[in-house]
Write a protein of this length. Sequence first.
Length: 154
Amino acid sequence: MNILYYLKLKYYNNIFHLLHKKLIGKLIKKGKKIYAWKNYLELRILLKKKTKKDINLILLIALLNSLMKIKFIKKRFGSIKKDIPIILRFEKSINDALSLWLKNVIKKRGGINLKKLVLLICASYKFRGPIISQNYQLYKKAIVNRVLLNFIKK
């Protein structure tokens, strides 16, 4: 089945709308919406030059590959704090994935390195890169700590 077929479905259309809304919202610095749109359009141009494929499809697949499904909360048991895995809502996981994208590409003075962001998106598209490895480490940690899920109900 063609992947572009999924873009027309309502579920994936909502995901794509959330992606654009959150990404532009994260790019806004000090209320400068024009700056955010300029960076977003420049990101799309750089992605087109790098991959020569459909940009929307690349952004969507890279986002879906880099979603975090598990987050940890700290719970105190006596004098020891334990990390308890919890499952994230879908909107929250999209927000966290975009935060990780931007956290990895921010320059020292707060600017965004768009070339580095393009490389990170391409790596996530191919299911490689630092975000994918970090998600894998979180998944392994959640499997080790799954015994602690019984305590969260108490």
